[in-house]
Write a protein that binds this ligand. Structure first.
Ligand SMILES: *Cc1c(COP(=O)(O)O)cnc(C)c1O
Length: 288
């Protein structure tokens, strides 16, 4: 299958006095730079799924997401470039005009359809899937956020691209697929730390275990979820987060995505300030 992404993604050092005075050394894994249409972790999660879809003879992908879902947008782009029809099943009501994410998905040929919140909650159940398949024809169904066993196999390749030593790798965590894979790809005493971007993130412990079990048949113990930096919930923001993003842009010339990356880095900087990392710790933070 054609590669839509320039992998491996770059690894760059970030000098920030707030970390350096705590003895923390940070590098950014710039998965956000691997392709114009595709956040890196979304491509990694799709890759083996699209291969499986093709092998199983499907010409159409169907998946689920909220109105701001990067996964919806990425599936539309990947389908467009690789010759799959795509159907995006969106939570809640249709709003006009479409927001940027959905407009972008539509521009890549995705058919959008909407489920009320109660039905959306039951989206993985056979009767809901059967109804969607009746309407749109046979589809390779990807779960919300694209996280399943094959997605975990894809994200597991990320750590292997990093050839310099590190102790901890951090990522933003929504469904847990990225964290599950990254942890699976680590070596020796390295650990993965996921910052939950939604409220009540403790459920992610179970999700990461379930996904690892599906992908690997086993669960690793080299990861943690930090659930304290959700800023009120998924796609919610607060003035403190906005100032962090603005200040980070001024210092480093990087505009952080506020749904995911800014929450992770805010959490990482807070934990460093609180002395949670022993001096000398080498951290990699994944931007997707
Ligand atoms: C989807 C996404 C994540 C979270 O990935 P999960 O596998 O759902 O935990 C993190 N960062 C960005 C930019 C994303 O688009």
């Amino acid at each position: 299958m054609a590669d839509l992404a320039n992998l491996p993604s770059p690894l760059v050092e970030l000098h920030d006095e707030r970390l350096e005075r705590r003895g923390v050394h940070l590098r950014l894994k710039r998965d956000d730079l691997i392709g114009p249409d595709l956040p890196g972790n979304k491509w990694r999660k799709l890759r083996y799924n699209l291969e499986a879809a093709r092998q199983q003879g499907f010409t159409r992908l169907l998946t689920f997401g909220g109105a701001y879902s990067n996964h919806i947008r990425a599936t539309a782009a990947a389908g467009h470039h690789l010759g799959f029809e795509t159907v995006g099943v969106i939570r809640g009501e249709e709003h006009h005009p479409l927001n940027d994410s959905l407009a972008h998905a539509r521009a890549h040929g995705m058919t959008l359809t909407y489920l009320d919140r109660a039905t959306y909650r039951r989206k993985a159940e056979p009767d809901v899937i059967a109804e969607l398949t009746r309407e749109f024809g046979p589809c390779y169904v990807l779960p919300e956020g694209g996280s399943n066993g094959l997605a975990v196999r894809g994200t597991a390749e990320l750590a292997g691209e990093i050839t310099t030593g590190f102790d901890i790798i951090c990522c933003a965590t929504g469904t847990g697929g990225t964290l599950a894979g990254i942890a699976a790809g680590l070596r020796g005493p390295q650990r993965a730390l996921g910052f939950a971007v939604l409220k009540g993130g403790r459920f992610l412990d179970d999700e990461v275990r379930r996904l690892q079990l599906e992908a690997l048949g086993t669960v690793t113990t080299n990861w943690d979820v930090d659930a304290d930096f959700h800023f009120g919930g998924y796609a919610k923001r607060r003035p403190a987060l906005d100032s962090f993003i603005e200040d980070f842009g001024d210092r480093h010339g990087i505009t952080l995505d506020w749904v995911y990356e800014a929450k992770m880095l805010y959490g990482l900087f807070e934990r460093a300030e609180a002395g949670c990392f022993r001096p000398g710790t080498r951290v990699v933070a994944v931007l997707s």
